[in-house]
Design a protein around this ligand. Structure first.
Ligand SMILES: Cc1cc2nc3c(=O)[nH]c(=O)nc-3n(C[C@H](O)[C@H](O)[C@H](O)COP(=O)(O)O)c2cc1C
Ligand code: SF4
Length: 447
């Protein structure tokens, strides 16, 4: 079942989904997309030239939507200035979070914005080959994208003479299938090369030594989809949307008792405003927002004013991650949910670095014991120490974020954790066989 797009206030600009209405009848209709403005950004980029295009993207303040928030202009500049005969651009549409469909939804609603952004990136950094990566299990989407790329090539937007620039860009669509880690850029590069997929130590960053050891830009597809709008409307227009240090919009996928769907939100929007797009907690008391997907953090109800942007989320103990926001009401047990997420993160860790491999496993076991009523003396302190130490010794970014679930429960829901650990009680009545607190109004009480 496809995830619906949610209605947003008319005052919120639509940068990523602006053409979706015009393409509603057939998102794969290139002529309709062109009538609605597709490839005007590419033409503007060609007029501006490669260096000017990088400068424009840099001036817009666009930051990567793949989780890290790295400035896109800086990334492109680094790749363009690395001496090499060949450079590559990779659009990361792998969508590693198995519960989030943002990438597939965007590609299915307006594939042209991603294709156009990818071609502009290749033109700007001097790459003649550009890869569009999607999930290998969605063969229908990959097949449609291959046809769309062929059509765009026929129309002169891709190929030997991109939009009359004299520049060659080939676009190759690849479906890749693997674990959660495959979304990480160095793993993605290895997989594309046909090598065993495991993260590489950075530096050197892919912009210096990436695909087949050549300078490579890896960008999330949302990042790339914003680029045509920037080139068409100007860096200043983009910079005026969202938060000063995080301009533009992002797609979030909301799930909760009040509803579910994907929405385009200006960065910096308070979490409470975003949650209400999907009906908030559906009339029940809100307990937590789980922000960032499987490696996200649990934020309490009094954090609803937190702006949805890189720094405020990091300071609050969460991150944008996959763009997922789960709304949990009073029936949810945050300790149990954090246990599930920590187990997922431990299972996905590739094992290359010991603090991550062992540390996440130990954290997962502590959470297991908390929900089973078998907590050992010192578990809470050990969880606090491991959450800090594992994250602080990161080899890849998984290590940095995989501890957020338990760390944020320790920070905001300590009394509920203590109920589990010290009193063998689950206030929400979810965790069995441990005791259910008196008065718990929960689906779990009868589970
Ligand atoms: C475990 C893990 C999974 C990731 N999965 C994705 C993903 O599915 N899609 C994505 O764009 N970035 C993912 N990233 C981030 C990428 O490594 C990389 O930073 C990103 O694609 C760069 O694009 P951006 O600069 O546009 O954000 C993941 C990172 C980690 C550590
Ligand atoms: S930090 Fe974890 S996931 Fe990343 S390379 Fe090390 S073991 Fe693998």
């Amino acid at each position: 079942m496809t995830t619906p797009f949610l209605a947003t206030p008319a005052s919120w600009p639509a940068i990523l989904l602006g053409r979706v209405k015009a393409l509603e009848a057939n998102p794969w209709d290139l002529d309709a997309a062109v009538r609605a403005g597709a490839f005007e950004g590419l033409k503007a980029a060609v007029r501006t030239g490669a260096t000017g295009t990088i400068a424009e993207v840099g001036a817009s303040g666009l930051r990567g939507r793949g989780g890290g928030g790295y400035p896109t202009g800086d990334k492109w500049r680094a790749a363009a200035s690395s001496a090499a005969e060949q450079r590559y651009v990779i659009a990361n549409g792998y969508g590693a979070d198995p519960a989030t469909q943002i990438d597939a939804a965007l590609l299915a609603a307006d594939p042209w914005s991603v294709i156009e952004g990818l071609v502009i990136a290749a033109f700007a950094v001097g790459a003649t080959e550009a890869y569009l990566i999607v999930r290998g299990d969605d063969t229908a989407l990959a097949t449609r994208l291959v046809a769309a790329v062929a059509e765009a090539e026929e129309a002169g937007f891709i190929g030997d003479d991109v939009a009359g620039s004299g520049h060659r860009v080939n676009v190759i669509v690849r479906g890749l299938q693997g674990s959660y880690m495959l979304g990480e850029e160095t793993v993605l590069i290895r997989a594309l090369e046909g090598r065993r997929a495991a993260p590489d130590q950075r530096p050197p960053y892919p912009t210096e030594r990436g695909l087949w050891d050549r300078p490579t830009v890896v960008n999330n597809i949302l990042t790339l989809a914003a680029v045509p709008w920037i080139l068409k409307n100007g860096a200043a227009a983009f910079a005026s949307v969202g938060a000063p240090d995080a301009p533009g919009t992002a797609l979030v996928q909301l799930r909760g008792p009040g509803g579910a769907g994907i929405a385009e939100v200006p960065l910096g929007t308070p979490l409470g405003d975003i949650a209400s797009l999907a009906g908030g907690a559906g009339g029940r008391p809100l307990k937590a927002l789980i922000v960032g997907g499987p490696t996200g953090g649990f934020l309490p109800a009094d954090a609803l004013g937190t702006p949805y942007a890189f720094a405020p989320l990091r300071d609050a103990g969460a991150h944008m991650g996959s763009g997922s926001i789960v709304i949990a009401d009073d029936r949810a047990c945050v300790v149990d949910l954090a246990r599930l997420l920590t187990r997922f993160s431990a299972d996905q860790a590739c094992g290359k670095s010991i603090p991550c491999r062992i540390g996440l496993r130990r954290l997962s076991e502590i959470a297991d014991r908390a929900t089973a009523g078998t907590t050992r003396a010192g578990d809470a302190q050990l969880a606090a120490d491991l959450s800090h130490d594992v994250g602080a010794s990161a080899l890849c970014d998984h290590e940095r974020t995989a501890t957020l679930a338990l760390a944020s429960v320790l920070r905001y829901f300590r009394s509920e954790l203590d109920d589990h650990m010290l009193r063998s009680t689950c206030p929400a009545g979810v965790c069995t066989p441990i005791a259910v607190a008196a008065g718990a109004a929960s689906r779990g009480a009868s589970a």
